[in-house]
Ligand binder design. Structure first.
Ligand code: IFM
Length: 452
C-alpha cells in the first residue's frame, strides 16, 4: 500500500456551472440565454431536456452549500449567469440577479468555503447572440463591462476568478460543429469567436488590475492530450496539428502573445478565413494571468486522415479498456502528461479546475449510490496528479467535476458526473460513495493508506 500525501496548503474542492444547476431560467428578471433558446428548440438536446429547473440550485443553494461543507469542500467553483445580471447583455443591471450571487457567496463564506467565480460558462445573453454573439468584436467589450460589475459587487470576497471557461468548446462545439448553443457550423466563424473570447478575457483581466482587485485571475482551458496513433511521421504531424487546434491556438496567444505560426500557415493553405487582428489585440489578449485552470477528462489518439477538416486528422480507437458513460477513454496517464506539458511549454501556475467522469449510477434498495467506477477514476487520476506534482508541475489545487449531477448540455440529464446524486423528480440529494471517498481524501490530504 502506498500513500499520496499532498501539501497542507493544496486546495481541494469541486465545480459546477450556473446553467447546469440553477434552473429558475426566467425568474427574478433573468434574461434569455443562448442555452435557453437552444434547449427550447426541439431536437437539440437529448430527451428534450432543458435547463428550466435543473437541480433547482437557485432555490436550494443553502442546502447544497451545507452538503459541500459536510463533504469537506474547501473551494467551490461557481459561474455567474450573465443574463441574470444583464438580461439584455448590456444596459440596465438586474439587481435581483446581483443579490442572488451575493447571497450565494456570503453563504459559502459563512460555511468556510472559498468561492471560485467563473464569469463565462457558456450562457451568453440571447440578445447579444442576436447582435452576432462572440463573432461580433463588441461582445468582448460588453463582457468586460459585465465583468467589472461583478468585480465591484464581489470585491474582497472572492480569491479566485476565471474569465472564460473552455474557449475551445465555445468556439468549436458552438460555432463549428454546431452541437452546442448557438448551433452554428462554420470554422471561420469559430476562429473569429475564439479571437473575441480571448480579447474578452484580456479586457476583463485589464479591468481587474485597473480596479486594484485583490485575489487571482486566470482562464480555464480544456486539455485533451493528443498522442499520435502510430509512430508514422504523418501521424505524428497530425497529432501536432490536433494539439495546435485544440490547445496551442487558445493558450499561445494568452501566454506567449501570438497564435501558433504553424497553424496559421496550415489554415491559410486550407482556405480558412482567419480572424481579423486589429492593432493592440495581441497586447490585450496576453495580459499577465495569475494561474491557468486545467480541465482534463481524456486523451485523443490521432492519425492523419480526412475525417476532420481543416486539420486533416482522424481519431483512432484509443488503446484503453475502459470508457465512461460519455464514451470517453479513461486514460489517467494523459492527465500526468497534460500537466507536465503545461509546465514545460508554458511554465505557469495551475489549478485543476475540472476532472471527473460520467458513469451509470443507480440508487440501490438501501437508497445508496455505490459508484465504484467513479471512485476508481478519481483515485487513478489523483495518483497521476500527485506524480506530476512530485515531478515538478506547479499545481496548487484540484476541483472535481462535479459537486452534483447536472445538465450535461446537449446530452441532458442522462449523463451523471456528480459526487452527489440528484433524483430529479423529487430534487432529493444523495451523497454517492465517491463523495464520501473524496471527503476522506480531502480531510486526510491523501495521507491515509486505506484510501489508495
Ligand atoms: O459539463 C462539462 C462542463 O460544463 C465543462 N467541462 C466539461 C464538463 C463535462 O463535459
Amino acid at each position: 500500500m502506498r500513500r499520496y500525501p499532498f501539501k497542507e496548503d493544496f486546495l481541494w474542492g469541486a465545480s459546477a456551472a450556473a446553467f447546469q444547476i440553477e434552473g429558475a431560467w426566467d425568474e427574478d428578471g433573468k434574461g434569455e440565454s443562448i442555452w435557453d433558446r437552444y434547449c427550447h428548440n426541439p431536437g437539440n438536446v437529448a430527451n428534450g431536456d432543458t435547463g428550466d429547473v435543473a437541480c433547482d440550485h437557485y432555490h436550494r443553494y443553502r442546502e447544497d452549500i451545507a452538503l459541500m461543507k459536510e463533504l469537506g469542500i474547501q473551494v467551490q467553483r461557481l459561474s455567474i449567469s450573465w443574463p441574470r445580471i444583464f438580461p439584455r447583455g448590456t444596459g440596465k443591471i438586474n439587481q435581483k440577479g446581483l443579490a442572488f450571487y451575493r447571497d450565494v457567496i456570503d453563504c459559502m463564506l459563512e460555511n468556510g468555503i472559498q468561492p471560485f467565480v467563473v464569469l463565462y460558462h457558456w450562457d451568453l445573453p440571447q440578445k447579444l447572440q442576436d447582435a452576432g454573439g462572440w463573432a461580433n468584436r463588441e461582445t468582448a467589450s460588453w463582457f468586460a463591462d459585465y465583468a467589472q460589475v461583478m468585480f465591484e459587487a464581489l470585491r474582497g470576497k472572492v480569491r479566485f476568478w476565471a474569465t472564460i471557461l473552455e474557449p475551445q468548446v465555445i468556439a468549436y462545439n458552438g460555432n463549428w460543429m454546431g452541437n452546442m448553443a448557438p448551433g452554428i457550423k462554420d470554422f471561420s466563424t469559430a476562429l473569429q469567436v475564439a479571437h473575441n473570447l480571448l480579447r474578452g478575457h484580456g479586457l476583463a483581466v485589464k479591468r481587474f488590475r485597473e480596479m486594484g482587485m485583490t485575489g487571482e485571475i486566470g482562464i480555464i482551458n480544456y486539455f485533451p492530450t493528443a498522442y499520435p496513433a502510430t509512430e508514422a511521421e504523418e501521424d505524428r504531424k497530425a497529432a501536432v496539428r490536433h494539439d495546435g487546434a485544440w490547445t496551442r491556438w487558445f493558450l499561445d496567444p494568452v501566454v506567449k502573445g501570438r497564435y501558433p505560426e504553424d497553424m496559421w500557415r496550415w489554415y491559410q493553405e486550407q482556405g480558412v478565413v482567419l480572424p481579423e487582428l486589429c492593432p493592440g489585440d495581441r497586447e490585450v489578449i496576453s495580459q499577465k494571468i495569475d494561474f491557468l485552470g486545467v480541465n482534463y477528462y481524456y486523451s485523443d489518439f490521432v492519425k492523419a486522415g480526412t475525417d476532420i477538416w481543416p486539420t486533416m486528422v482522424s481519431l483512432a480507437k484509443p488503446p484503453v479498456e475502459q470508457f465512461t458513460q460519455m464514451g470517453w477513454p479513461v486514460y489517467p496517464e494523459g492527465f500526468y502528461d497534460a500537466l507536465m506539458r503545461v509546465q514545460r511549454d508554458y511554465g505557469i501556475k495551475m489549478i485543476v479546475t475540472e476532472n471527473g467522469g460520467a458513469f451509470h449510477d443507480v440508487v440501490n434498495w438501501k437508497g445508496e449510490v455505490n459508484d465504484d467506477a467513479r471512485v476508481n477514476y478519481l483515485h487513478d487520476h489523483l495518483i497521476q496528479l500527485h506524480r506530476a506534482i512530485q515531478d515538478g508541475a506547479d499545481v496548487r489545487g484540484y476541483l472535481v467535476w462535479s459537486i452534483m449531477d447536472n445538465f450535461e448540455w446537449a446530452f441532458g440529464y442522462e449523463k451523471r458526473f456528480g459526487i452527489v446524486y440528484i433524483d430529479y423528480p423529487t430534487q432529493k440529494r444523495i451523497v454517492k460513495e465517491s463523495g464520501r471517498w473524496y471527503g476522506k481524501v480531502i480531510r486526510s490530504r491523501g495521507t491515509k493508506e486505506e484510501l489508495w
